[in-house]
Design a protein around this ligand. Structure first.
Ligand code: AHG
Length: 339
């Protein structure tokens, strides 16, 4: 395959398919550049004094790691002045960050989880950055949280970066899913996969099994059937993987198939789930659908959900089409698709 850079890919998409307007291209390149800076910090680890806790809490009451704070600042600093954005929102900020008056305001809204998989930072396991891009649809001056509350199907772009054995950037603008790998010698993002596709069937599931006793019956039923293996109703053996970084689990699913579940459970029954809709589930659901997979909250398509607040949580089932449809049918109490 001819190796081209992220810039060349975006320019060609813009020129040949008219798909990526210049401000969106600038936005994607800026986020990608910020991810390179985050990757450098992640790589330094102890040598960069970036490990451990920042001794602060985010709006969800979670203790922030130093790298959560660093990655958040890098993304804001990189994006605030370019003129492509109206405002940003992040897992690590209580409210939205409006582009200050001294800079031009653009039409896009950027949401991100700056450092996904925080519990893995200090133990040198893959972590990542997830981002989602919306357009500001109202014409009124100024920008408020309301502007962000759009269903995921309205995303203009979404992507994630995995800081793992390789640093990879996965991107969709609604025309399939592409992957770039960071070439550390040249400092450039190189296109390494033009069309990521999730196989419809799989024998691999990802769920935090330690929560089993708290699950709802449809999730229990699905996992019990997987665990029953060859002699059970599914008549095949399943494998299990759980990295505890959604980026890494989703990346594996994009690479070889699988199903990822972070369902509602009885530990915090008033919350719909652990993961956040707007900057975790929505971008991942957009990517997964664009790669031929399915993403639901157990009942409904994630991309159809209308958010009511910025930090809304959601139950997530995503990945290989036939497995996600099966889990969803168990929730809706319908006949599952044929095995
Ligand atoms: P965070 O964004 O706070 O780092 O959360 C990580 C998420 C997600 O990446 C992962 O799938 C999940 O939390 C892991 O949760 P458990 O520790 O409950 O397994």
């Amino acid at each position: 395959m001819k190796r081209i850079s992220l810039t060349q890919y975006l320019v060609e998409q813009q020129r040949d398919r008219g798909q990526i307007p210049p401000p969106l291209r600038l936005l994607i390149e800026t986020v990608a550049r910020a991810c390179k800076r985050i990757a450098i910090s992640v790589n330094k680890g102890e040598l960069g004094d970036v490990l451990g806790s920042a001794d602060t809490e985010n709006v969800q009451g979670e203790v922030q790691k130093k790298l959560d704070v660093i990655a958040n600042e890098v993304l804001i600093e990189a994006n605030v002045w370019g003129g492509h954005l109206a405002a940003m929102a992040s897992e690590e900020m209580d409210s939205i960050h409006v582009v200050p008056d001294r800079y031009p305001q653009g039409e896009y809204l950027l949401l991100f989880d700056p450092l996904d998989g925080s519990s893995n930072i200090d133990v040198n396991v893959s972590i990542g950055t997830i981002f989602s891009v919306l357009r500001k649809v109202t014409n009124q001056r100024g920008v408020s949280e309301e502007d962000f509350l759009q269903p995921g199907k309205q995303q203009a772009a979404a992507g994630y970066c995995v800081y793992g054995p390789q640093t990879t950037l996965v991107l969709t603008v609604g025309d399939g899913v592409v992957m770039f790998t960071l070439d550390r010698e040249t400092g450039s993002w190189v296109l390494t996969e033009r069309q990521m596709q999730i196989p419809a069937d799989t024998k691999e599931f990802a769920i935090n099994m330690s929560n089993q006793r708290h699950w709802a019956p449809p999730v229990r039923r699905y996992i019990d059937e997987c665990l029953a293996g060859k002699t059970g109703p599914r008549e095949k053996d399943f494998n299990m993987r759980w990295v505890a970084s959604m980026v890494a689990d989703v990346h594996r699913i994009l690479s070889r198939g699988g199903v990822f579940l972070y369902p509602w459970d009885q530990r915090e029954p008033e919350k719909p789930g652990k993961l956040r809709l707007m900057y975790e589930a929505n971008p991942m659901a957009f990517i997964v659908e664009q790669a031929g997979g399915v993403a639901t909250n157990g009942r409904q398509r994630i991309l159809d959900l209308l958010p009511t607040k910025l930090h809304e949580r959601v139950s997530v089932v995503l990945g290989s089409k036939n497995e996600v449809q099966r889990v969803t049918s168990y929730h809706l109490d319908e006949t599952p698709p044929a095995a």
